[in-house]
Design a protein around this ligand. Structure first.
Ligand SMILES: O=c1ccn([C@H]2C[C@H](O)[C@@H](CO)O2)c(=O)[nH]1
Length: 173
């Protein structure tokens, strides 16, 4: 895939700049060039946002474990509660273009600065996360397990329903 993977540490990024990748990160960490590419793609997506109500435009971009890049923007609605966050568009593109696991994720606001995914989007993203997924948060790079600790998963459902341990992919038609 384009954009060499390298080891790095979480928490070393800074707002506005490509998050730095240090020394003790998961194997899925990507290099500074890929983080910059994701930031640019997120900013391009943000320019497409439909946000006539909040005027808060959001763009998101991610690297998939097969090297694909996916992105999305927020799409608001007169029914405020049915607004689609940028992350929802990104995950929709992920699934539509073949699925896979999200390795690295960037979300930016209208000023192109790192934006924190809302709680619902953390859950949405985590369903498709590589175990070592890193997110460029306003405070720096953060692993998915810190972004949404003890998340609700299919295992929690199966524990109660007794359903066989199928993978989510196995449920696809
Ligand atoms: O993680 C988030 C949080 C908010 N928004 C959007 C929804 C709404 O259009 C605007 C203000 O909440 O920002 C996103 O796209 N992603």
């Amino acid at each position: 895939m384009s954009g060499a993977k390298s080891c790095g540490s979480a928490g070393s990024g800074s707002a506005g700049a490509a998050p730095a990748v240090g020394t003790a990160a998961p194997a899925s960490a990507v290099d500074a060039g890929m983080w910059e590419r994701l930031r640019e793609l997120a900013a391009q997506a943000m320019e497409r946002a439909y946000a006539p109500y909040s005027h808060f435009r959001v763009g998101a971009a991610a690297l998939v474990d097969d090297g694909r890049l996916v992105s999305g923007c927020n799409v608001e609605n007169a029914g405020y509660g049915v607004t689609l966050c940028a992350e929802c568009g990104l995950v929709s593109e992920l699934v539509r273009t073949g699925g896979g696991r999200l390795v690295a994720f960037v979300c930016v606001d209208g000023a192109g600065q790192p934006c924190s995914p809302c709680g619902r989007c953390r859950q949405v993203l985590s369903e498709h996360a590589h175990p070592d997924m890193l997110l460029a948060m306003p405070s720096g790079l953060m692993p998915i397990d810190e972004v949404i600790p003890d998340r609700f998963t299919k295992a929690d459902i199966d524990r109660v329903t007794g359903a066989p341990g199928q993978s989510p992919e196995g449920d696809r038609p």
